[in-house]
Design a protein around this ligand. Structure first.
Ligand code: SAM
Length: 345
């Protein structure tokens, strides 16, 4: 992985907003706080012990996130690995909930989890200041779910976690389902019913080439058009208007307006032109795109003694170099050196 060198740029003012060279405003930060995970989902992990990247101290994540917030970040999503495994998570959430955006508003604070530990943590997460949660769930049928996670009993555990999160008010509660042909594409219609019965937003995600092994092919991707067609055959869908340009999901409801389905189609309907995101890995590297070939060692600079103004300047310069788009499915496409679990999904 090539390391980016410290740029000789002008120091931006404290609240100078993050924009890239294509004029996209960056206001959404995803932060991985561990790359450890207690699931071994077949489309994500090989099942073998893989690499593990260093974790920062909770106070170090906080310092780095604060710098991004100074630069106009309004949304922070904590992820992993599995973020609920991380000690100190509740303290981090409390500190983040006390931060204010440059407009003086609270941050939009969300977390993505596999839900395994959510039943016992949901109330404490909410009380600490977490606004919303997204739970990954790739099947509504217990046997299919557990074939994917490779953890016996996980379906009932996650379902209890989802219900606890809803009761605790971590809403709107989103359920993310990555669809793979031949693995779980028979779950589509069941998920449409699940969204209505459980009062959750179910979001189908097209599978991207970010797995540890070699599973991805264009044929395994279940495209947006097919998902819409299949659900519409059993329950007619009504498309909902976009709320903001950078929204990744196409949103749908049903004719009676009960339940919501989102479809995130990075492969067949890429949304890079409106991307507003950057990522911070668990070892403190900035990734300007999921598919970046270069990482930018923000933490390394912090450890070397850079002050906050120098670090903000580095973030600014790094974001300027954000990639125009990904190249999934094109000749010469290169998978990034880290897989999804180590980047932070
Ligand atoms: N452990 C947490 C969880 O399960 O949500 C957070 C990390 S996980 C890597 C984040 C999300 O990335 C999950 O919803 C997972 O299904 C999704 N994901 C993993 N590999 C993917 C891939 N190759 N393409 C699309 N989504 C993927």
């Amino acid at each position: 992985m090539a390391a980016a060198s410290l740029p000789a740029t002008r120091t931006p003012p404290l609240d100078s907003r993050l924009t890239d060279s294509y004029g996209r405003v960056i206001h959404d930060l995803r932060v991985s706080i561990t790359d450890r995970c207690n699931y071994r989902c077949v489309y994500c992990r090989t099942g073998e012990a893989g690499p593990q990247y260093p974790e920062l101290a909770i106070g170090e994540y906080l310092r780095l996130i604060r710098l991004f917030v100074d630069l106009g970040i309004t949304k922070v999503r904590l992820t992993g690995g599995e973020p609920l495994l991380r000690r100190g998570l509740l303290d981090l959430i409390k500190e983040l909930a006390a931060l204010r955006t440059v407009e003086g508003e609270p941050l939009d604070l969300a977390l993505t989890t596999n839900g395994h530990l959510l039943e016992s943590l949901a109330e404490a997460l909410k009380a600490s200041g977490l606004d919303r949660a997204t739970v990954s769930m790739d099947a509504v049928d217990a046997a299919t779910f557990e074939r994917i996670t490779r953890v016996p009993g996980s379906f009932a555990t996650v379902l209890r976690g989802i219900r606890a999160a809803r009761t605790a008010g971590l809403t709107p509660l989103k359920i993310n389902c990555v669809l793979l042909r031949g693995f779980n594409d028979d779950q589509i219609e069941g998920f449409a019913r699940f969204a209505r019965e459980e009062d959750v937003v179910v979001r189908f995600i097209e599978f991207m080439p970010l797995e540890e092994g070699r599973l991805w092919s264009p044929e395994i991707v279940v495209p947006l058009a097919e998902i819409v067609e299949r659900i519409s055959k059993v329950l007619p869908l009504v498309e909902l208007p976009r709320r903001e340009a950078s929204e990744t999901a196409r949103r749908y409801t049903f004719t009676d307006r009960v339940g919501e389905i989102g479809i995130i189609a990075p492969v067949t309907r890429a949304f890079c032109g409106a991307c507003s995101r950057v990522r911070l890995t668990s070892d403190g590297k900035i990734r300007t795109c999921l598919f970046s070939q270069v990482e930018h060692d923000l933490y390394g600079r912090m450890r070397a003694g850079a002050d906050d103004q120098e670090l903000r300047s580095y973030i600014h310069h790094t974001v300027q170099g954000k990639e125009a788009r990904h190249h999934i499915g094109e000749p010469g496409f290169l998978k990034p050196s880290r897989s999804m679990v180590h980047i932070g999904g």
